[in-house]
Design a protein around this ligand. Structure first.
Ligand code: ADP
Ligand code: ADP
Ligand code: MG
Length: 452
């Protein structure tokens, strides 16, 4: 469908709903926040032009409730749906249902989501496009015997990964045959329960790797990249701190990895914003595709800042039928950007979620600071959802300047009430390895263990 969007229903919540509503307002599009019973006081509801209740606090009754969302779209006379991230954003059947209802889905088609959102299939697609992949089981595991045979070739340790997994969940390590046999059974059950899809596959565990990902945008025919992000600082395979550019890459490797992402996007006629994730071995300078996220990502602001682009606006434009708003030659990177994810979690209690009311809130100001958040003084963080309450994004001319700004900005935040991850980032900043850019995907866990 190719007509500019006039009434956009935002079917996510939290900071990303706020981000999408802001873009819609800037574009002169009427924004409509879909909200659950627990989110009546959400900033998204306050900022949106209109809002509509979609059901109970539990996501199954609201943000994951396709029927309720489609009924809401009909009731408010929306002509488009933006799913943000999480929830139904990578659900092919919802994307198809939205399109079948005559609405514009701000994202790739259901068919593309199915092909690239399902990990085992995405790996096969990447391999076909000539993109290097991690040595693995070449498809789903059907039996323990098959897993053992595959592992004889792959070599231990291996990861058992849920094909429908996400958010760092549904991944287990096996170091030997016993762990593999037990892991396959457990992982299959767990994946069935968590993602409604028990499919699992195997991948060689790449030790001390960097997580490097490339932001792309396609219009169904052409695609461009917005360079890469380094998201290696993770806890339990969840990103907590992201940077752009990845200072570890040489210009040659950067060009190669970004070109491979564009090639893969074009090979599937990708339309919308997407991210192609890789593991990078700094020792050999080899990179390996791990998955594609067929949606906007949490850490998209670091790319927006470093490239001076508006990815949310661009994805809305493309969904409305416009050609790519950026030409590859016009996309440049400027300086260095770091984002930290501020979660309502207690770092001293094993990052236990800490919902509750925010009493006082003052964000940092001054040069090079951006805050994407739904928090406000008096806001009661509901216990039902992800604990992300905001992202602090700092931009500097160099990585050192960005680190200094991050340190300064963290000290300027006043946030009382719930525990947050802010003190954790202050401690991370004091680590010489972090300052020296000497880390990998399991660095945080090793550091935390060494402190016990
Ligand atoms: P998710 O869908 O949960 O994001 P990913 O496949 O992107 O799953 O993996 C999440 C994280 O798990 C990666 O960023 C990386 O830290 C780790 N990981 C995934 N695959 C491998 C691998 N083959 N070897 C080592 N670490 C891996
Ligand atoms: P990104 O890939 O954008 O860095 P994450 O992997 O942290 O982001 O996931 C983004 C959000 O979506 C998080 O809130 C995460 O909990 C959620 N999420 C991602 N994939 C799934 C999934 N398969 N099931 C449930 N939640 C998911
Ligand atoms: Mg991932």
């Amino acid at each position: 469908m190719t007509k500019p969007i006039a009434r956009l229903l935002v079917t996510c919540r939290g900071e990303i709903a706020v981000r999408v509503i802001r873009a819609a307002k800037e574009m002169g599009i009427t924004s409509i926040a879909a909200y659950s019973d627990a989110d009546a006081d959400a900033l998204a509801v306050r900022l949106a032009d209109e809002s509509i209740n979609i059901g109970g606090a539990h996501a199954k009754k609201s943000y994951l409730n396709q029927e309720a969302l489609l009924a809401a779209a009909d009731e408010v006379n929306a002509d488009a749906v933006h799913p943000g991230y999480g929830f139904l954003s990578e659900n092919a059947s919802f994307a198809n249902a939205v399109t079948q209802a005559g609405l514009i889905w701000v994202g790739p088609s259901g068919a593309t989501i199915e092909r690239m959102g399902h990990k085992a299939q995405a790996i096969a697609t990447a391999r076909d496009a000539g993109v290097p992949v991690v040595p693995g089981s070449k498809g789903l595991i059907e039996s323990v015997e098959q897993a053992l045979a595959a592992t004889a070739e792959i070599g231990y340790p291996v990861l058992i990964k849920a094909a429908a997994g996400g958010g760092g969940r549904g991944i287990r390590v096996a170091h030997n045959d016993d762990e593999l046999a037990a892991g396959i059974a457990g992982a299959t059950q767990e994946a069935e329960a968590a993602f409604g899809d028990g499919g699992v596959y195997l991948e060689r565990f790449i030790a001390q790797a960097r997580h490097i990902e490339v932001q792309i945008l396609g219009d169904g025919i052409d695609a461009v990249h917005f360079y890469e992000r380094d998201c290696s600082l993770q806890r339990r395979r969840q990103k907590v701190w992201e940077e752009a550019p990845a200072a570890v890459l040489t210009p040659e490797v950067r060009e190669k990895i970004c070109q491979s992402a564009v090639a893969l996007a074009k090979s599937v006629g990708y339309s919308g914003a997407g991210t192609i994730e890789y593991l990078y071995d700094a020792g050999t300078t080899e990179f390996y595709f791990i998955e594609m996220n067929t949606r906007i990502q949490v850490e998209h602001p670091i790319t927006e800042e470093i490239c001076g682009v508006d990815l949310i606006r661009a994805m809305i434009d493309v969904a409305g039928g416009a050609p790519l708003p950026y030409r590859q030659d016009d996309i440049r990177i400027d300086g260095h950007v770091i984002e930290v994810r501020i979660n309502a979690e207690n770092p001293d209690l094993n990052f236990m979620p800490a919902p509750g009311t925010i009493d006082e809130l003052e964000w940092p100001l001054g040069p090079g600071i951006r805050i994407d958040s739904m928090a406000y003084a008096g806001y009661k963080i509901p216990p039902y959802y992800d604990s992300l309450i905001g992202k602090l994004i700092v931009h500097g001319a160099t990585r050192d300047q960005a680190l200094g700004r991050l340190r300064r900005a963290l000290t300027e935040i006043t946030l009382t009430g719930p525990a947050t991850t802010i003190p954790f980032f202050a401690r991370l900043l004091d680590q010489p390895d972090v300052a020296d850019n000497e880390f990998h995907t399991t660095w945080i866990e090793q550091w935390m263990e060494s402190q016990q």
